[in-house]
Design a protein around this ligand. Structure first.
Ligand code: AMP
Length: 399
């Protein structure tokens, strides 16, 4: 099945061709045609599967067909995302897929002045991508008119629920026209997600391209047991010895992210930390530099890194294990995207065995443990597997 068979028009096909997309991904094959037919859809698809194009392409198709948009711009589609980075990334996709169309889009989110955002809305937009807080803020200021909205997308809906946005989402639902198309995307069909869907939609088409809690098959997962005091040194050792091009490193706290970044910089490794204490401008700039490969290591907390799409990222490191097992899946979703291979490396200290067990239970998979020579933990850890892989590692680190 090609993009043309799915029902996309020539200007969109041309943009896709220029991006080098040769055929739709599995979720795109399943979802795009139904969305163009204006059906409600709920889809379980992890980041990296091409899910953003799944809703942005049909939105461009539907809105560019609508007569009213040929003359003036009306807010017809609203996409709600959990984070600012994701909002901006989704809008980048819309701009690039819609570059041969005359539709206008905007990303609105907090942490930056709302003056330009209000001005742009005032000038007319067709598609808005927004985080819940700033969206409601501008709506309450009467800067946004929801009355012409025909399509609502909730992107990464389960994360929005995890982040406590349920009341904001309910408010948005109340303010929007009742008759509209609803598209709901989630990493997993969790119970809270299913109950949210019930409030929003009658009988949506259900699409899933990954089993619940399944992680990308092209990702190699393993752990390094290490003492907490040695973690930064181990990371520096791996970056240098394995000649990593780039890696995304997760820490549990903002201070931890800052501390680690300083140590990396002292070791002459280019690194930047992103977390909620950094200004939005700083976060955006850091992310762009990382995407352009001007920075080697991006150190992030969970919130800052949600949903971000980084091409050719081979390593994700859990410098600290996530305190909620489900976050492991979100974190490692940053590597092995769109069929590429990747590594998910977790540092495990002796007091984190329970967290590791929770993750393994969720993945239904035991993660192999490999000690790195010179970084053997001094405290008790679970028995370390002897495997070919371990030998290979030992050999590599001995060099
Ligand atoms: P997403 O899951 O939406 O974050 O997309 C993951 C990555 O896949 C992004 O970098 C997209 O640009 C890319 N992508 C989406 N659809 C396709 C496609 N049909 N062919 C090749 N790459 C794609």
């Amino acid at each position: 099945m090609s993009f043309k068979n799915i029902g996309l028009k020539e200007p969109i096909l041309k943009a896709l061709q220029q991006k080098g997309y040769t055929e739709p991904t599995p979720i795109q094959k399943l979802a795009i045609a139904s969305i163009i037919q204006q059906k409600d859809v709920m889809a379980a698809a992890q980041t990296g599967t091409g899910k953003t194009a799944c809703f942005t392409l049909p939105i461009l198709e539907i809105l560019s067909n609508a007569q009213e948009n040929k003359n003036h711009h009306q807010l017809n589609a609203l996409i709600v995302t959990p984070t600012r980075e994701l909002a901006s990334q989704v809008q980048d996709n819309i701009k690039s897929y819609g570059k041969n169309l005359s539709l206008k889009s905007i990303a609105i989110y907090g942490g930056v002045s709302d003056v330009n955002q209000k001005q742009a809305i005032n000038n007319g937009v067709d598609i808005m991508v927004a985080t819940p807080g700033r969206l409601l803020d501008l709506y309450h200021q009467k800067a946004i008119n929801f009355s012409k909205i025909k399509i609502l997308v909730l992107d990464e809906a389960d994360q929005m629920l995890d982040m406590g946005f349920i009341n904001d989402i309910k408010k948005i639902d109340k303010y929007l026209p009742k008759k509209r198309q609803n598209l709901m995307f989630t990493a997993t069909f969790s119970d809270p997600f299913r109950s949210l869907v019930k409030q929003f939609s009658n009988d949506p088409i259900e699409i899933s391209v990954a089993k619940d809690n399944e992680t990308g098959k092209n990702i190699e997962h393993y752990c390094h047991p290490v003492d907490a005091s040695n973690k930064a040194k181990l990371l520096i050792h791996l970056i240098k010895n394995e000649k990593w091009n780039q890696a995304l490193v997760f820490t549990r706290t903002k201070h931890g992210a800052n501390r680690l970044t300083k140590k990396l910089i002292n070791a002459k490794i280019t690194a930047v930390a992103i977390h909620s204490n950094k200004t939005q401008n700083y976060r955006t700039k850091a992310l762009n530099k990382f995407k352009k490969n001007h920075i080697q290591i991006l150190v992030a907390t969970d919130v800052a890194a949600r949903g971000i799409d980084i091409k050719n990222m081979n390593q994700v490191v859990n410098f600290d294990l996530p305190s909620v097992a489900k976050d492991y899946i979100h974190r490692i979703g940053r590597t092995g995207r769109a069929g590429k291979s990747g590594k998910a490396i977790s540092f495990v200290c002796s007091d984190q065995q329970k967290l590791l067990r929770d993750i393994q239970k969720l993945l239904n998979q035991k993660l192999p443990m490999y000690t790195v020579e010179g970084f053997e933990p001094t405290s008790d850890m679970q028995p370390i597997k002897k495997s070919k892989k371990k030998k290979k590692f030992k050999k590599r680190f001995k060099k």
